[in-house]
Design a protein around this ligand. Structure first.
Ligand SMILES: [Fe+2]
Length: 350
């Protein structure tokens, strides 16, 4: 197994400068600087006759299997991204206004402390079944527009989201990465999630601690799996960003018997999940602690992140207050579809 601390510059790396990029030739004997910016980014041309066969994607499979993630850049035109943003914004407002079923705005992903606050008798807070934030908080007006952090099943409200979830190039790529029989959850309780992360105290979701997605459903045999995330906003330290431990998908990550929320893991959970039997070199932190070898994965608007369900990941809170970090996400599975049932072990810190 490769060290999680090394991301080779040979795969998925956009090189900046140097003669191969048309830049100045390096002086003989000068130390070479490994290019790690945009590690894992692969630029796709969806108008090409066979986009996945393009030379630019030649290293994609190796990078994904070695490191557990890739970013596909260029899949969506600007106009389509604008449409996704409009339709998701409309869905978000419909949830807030209560003009659609509350199932579109459930609170399962929210910070429990937020829910506690919202449940205070004097809280006068947003309806807990659908909202993260209203224009009132703790009984007093706050200087923010009303919003909700999540819309679940958003593909039912947005044709553009449906198109994202079934994009033929993405599905073709997932077949190559996970196996020919990849599938999405058939459950009416699952689907595509629209997430609008914001940093304020009034927000129900600002960050998430270390976890692998497998840990949320360790009793099922639907694995391997891969999550796709379409970034509506570019990410940065200002509005928050993804942290990953490259290569951690190959470790045998324990089911979350230790977790910060003290959620019980059912007896039928598999004891570990990952592509090998290798014990992780570090225990997974309960919160947001730094892990040796972790990297930041920054996305541009329109980037499609594919990350393995076994990959250790977390998301850092925004450093600027007036920011949003919006994306769409859902999962594909390559295992046994008949083993699917609803399970959600909420082990990650918020
Ligand atoms: Fe996750």
């Amino acid at each position: 197994m490769g060290s999680p601390t090394s991301v080779p510059a040979s795969a998925g790396v956009i090189r900046h400068g140097g003669p191969e990029a048309g830049g100045p030739a390096r002086r003989r004997g000068a130390p070479s600087m490994p290019a790690v910016a945009d590690a894992g980014v692969f630029v796709v041309d969806p108008t090409a006759p066979d986009p996945l066969a393009a030379p630019a994607l030649a290293g994609l499979h190796d990078f994904y299997h070695r490191h557990g993630f890739v970013l596909l850049r260029g899949l969506y035109p600007v106009e389509f991204l604008d449409r996704v943003e409009r339709e998701c914004g409309a869905a978000q407002r419909a949830v807030l206004a209560g003009t659609v079923s509350e199932r579109f705005g459930s609170t399962q992903y929210l910070d429990a402390r937020y829910l506690d606050r919202a449940g205070q008798p004097d809280g006068a807070a947003a309806p807990p079944e659908r909202a993260s934030n209203g224009t009132t908080h703790g009984g007093a007006d706050v200087d923010v527009d009303a919003y909700v952090n999540y819309v679940e099943h958003v593909e039912e409200l947005s044709p553009a989201v449906r198109a994202v979830a079934t994009h033929p190039i993405m599905v073709d790529l997932l077949r190559r990465l996970l196996g020919a029989d990849v599938w999405m959850s058939p459950s009416p309780n699952d689907g595509v999630v629209y997430q609008d992360a914001r940093p304020g105290r009034e927000s129900g979701y600002s960050r998430i601690g270390w976890h692998s997605d497998w840990q949320a459903m360790p009793s099922l045999d639907v694995w391997p799996g891969c999550a796709f995330t379409l970034h509506v906003d570019a990410t940065s330290p200002a509005n928050g960003f993804l942290r990953v431990v490259p290569g951690s998908h190959r470790w045998a990550t324990p089911a979350p018997y230790r977790n910060i929320n003290n959620v019980a893991v059912p007896a039928d959970a598999r004891p570990s999940g990952g592509y090998t039997d290798a014990e992780p070199p570090h225990a997974m932190p309960l919160g947001f602690e730094k892990i040796p070898g972790e990297i930041a994965v920054y996305a541009e608007r329109g980037d499609l992140l594919l990350h393995d369900a076994y990959l250790w990941h977390s998301a850092a809170r925004a450093t600027e207050n007036a920011t949003t970090r919006r994306h769409l996400r859902a999962g594909y599975y390559g295992g046994d579809p008949t083993s699917y049932r609803d399970q959600f072990i909420k082990n990650a810190a918020r």
